[in-house]
Design a protein around this ligand. Structure first.
Ligand SMILES: Cc1cc2nc3c(=O)[nH]c(=O)nc-3n(C[C@H](O)[C@H](O)[C@H](O)COP(=O)(O)OP(=O)(O)OC[C@H]3O[C@@H](n4cnc5c(N)ncnc54)[C@H](O)[C@@H]3O)c2cc1C
Length: 400
């Protein structure tokens, strides 16, 4: 648990539990699960159930719902610790952690009482957010003036949803979903979409294709399909047409959690690079005794430490917004951490020489994993645009 910003014994105990879970349960089987050809076989319910047994799955729930009320800074440390073992496992849990936090703020009392006890008890309870669509990807981050294509029409007592979401993390595994749907088709996704709460197996809501991914394979991503799906008014989250506010207001740390995930992979790559540099002898001495390699290993450390500081600052400020939170912290920490991780991935491969390209040395899986967060949670370029819009105001043709 190097370099963590631990401030109390509770935090230490939680992180030790997570580190043990990673060492005993995740690390021994990550490569084997990753190697499955069928993406659905890469996912392990056993790991989810074991995470439940030791209290990880529900740790961001308040104590009254059976959780540990873990704060955002500690959650980021947990997410990083999980990703040191496997990025997919970290994503499965990070989605669940952040949506559980969001639900406790954004759901009304009746919704919370209806949903949270069942989620807390179910050892397989997982959560997902459905925003991206085949025709709408980055637009949700840059606030282009377009609507979502998945839409809901008003009907007595509720709404009828039609359309489709794709790429959704935990899409085929979640017990509960928050889905952004266009409710005012004359407006944009920024001011005319609504968040709906859906349970698995809700009539009219089915799971489509499970995507076959390059990396992050221990997490599944899937399509969500809505065909004349009736959702009662009671399942609207927040206000109609104001869905984008729900995520902006109640999940400000989401981007930083994504940064923490990719950071875990960067740490795993850095460890591998150091290990190999100590072991491999070329030019009559171990690689680590060559100045160029030593300097590169130190530069990797700098990139990791600086990214972690940014992620931790964003998480802490998300819960202390009066201390100087600004919207760039909801876009940039993940961009920085994922760029750092990608650089470290290519350097780690370079330090391994040809061995880095051979699957048996384990670098190849980490490189595939490291690529995931260049796009997941927003393509970095569009996150820079999002940050720029908050710094300089939107361009005239932007709707925000
Ligand atoms: C592993 C993974 C997990 C994911 N999990 C989820 C999830 O749980 N829920 C969910 O809703 N979505 C999820 N997504 C979807 C993800 O949010 C989108 O992939 C992302 O927002 C980008 O959309 P896109 O893939 O359609 O790319 P596009 O929007 O088509 O972008 C393609 C390229 O165009 C560039 N571009 C786009 N717009 C602009 C612009 N205005 N100016 C300049 N350049 C631009 C982008 O930067 C990018 O380089 C996931 C994706 C991945 C890869």
């Amino acid at each position: 648990m190097e370099n963590t910003f631990i401030i109390d014994d509770d935090q230490r105990a939680i992180l030790e539990t997570v580190a043990r879970f990673v060492k005993d349960e995740v690390t021994p089987r990550a490569a084997l699960l990753d190697a499955n050809v069928d993406p659905e076989q890469c996912f392990s319910w056993d790991l989810v159930e074991k995470a439940h047994e030791v209290g990880i799955r529900t740790m961001t729930l308040a104590e009254k719902w059976g959780g540990l009320a873990v704060d955002s800074l500690t959650t980021a440390m947990v997410v990083e610790e999980l990703a040191k073992g496997d990025m997919g496992v970290s994503v499965v849990m990070a989605q669940t952690f952040k949506i559980a936090q969001l639900m406790q703020k954004a759901l009304n009392a009746e919704q919370q009482a209806r949903i949270l006890p069942g989620f807390a008890k179910d050892p397989r309870g997982l959560l997902a957010i459905g925003m991206s669509e085949p025709g709408n990807g980055s637009d949700k981050h840059t606030s282009h003036p377009v609507p979502f294509r998945t839409s809901a029409d008003k009907t007595p007592g509720g709404w009828i949803i039609n359309g489709m979401k794709h790429f959704i993390s935990n899409g085929n595994r979640a017990s509960h979903y928050l889905v952004m749907v266009q409710t005012d088709k004359a407006r944009t996704m920024a001011d005319g979409a609504t968040v709906f709460l859906l349970e698995r197996d809700h009539p009219g809501f089915t799971i489509g294709r499970v995507h076959d991914k390059m990396g992050e394979r221990l997490a599944n991503n899937a399509e969500l399909v809505f065909q004349d799906c009736f959702v009662p008014d009671e399942d609207v989250v927040g206000k109609v047409d104001q869905g984008s506010n729900v995520f902006a207001e109640f999940s400000p740390q989401s981007n930083a959690y994504a940064g923490a995930t990719i950071l875990g992979v960067a740490v795993a790559l850095h460890r591998k690079a150091i290990e190999w540099a100590r072991l491999r002898v070329q030019g009559g001495k171990p690689l680590i005794e060559h100045d160029g390699i030593r300097a590169q290993l130190a530069e990797m450390r700098m990139l990791i430490d600086a990214s972690r500081s940014y992620v931790h600052r964003a998480c802490w400020l998300a819960e202390h917004r009066e201390q100087g939170w600004d919207k760039t912290l909801g876009a940039l920490p993940k961009a920085m951490a994922s760029q750092a991780a990608w650089k470290i991935a290519t350097w780690c491969m370079e330090i391994h020489g040809g061995h880095g390209y051979m699957k048996e040395f384990g670098v190849e899986k980490l490189v595939r994993d490291a690529a995931a967060f260049l796009h997941s949670d927003g393509v970095n370029r569009t996150l820079f645009l999002k940050a720029a819009n908050s710094m300089f105001g939107p361009l005239p043709n932007f709707n925000r």
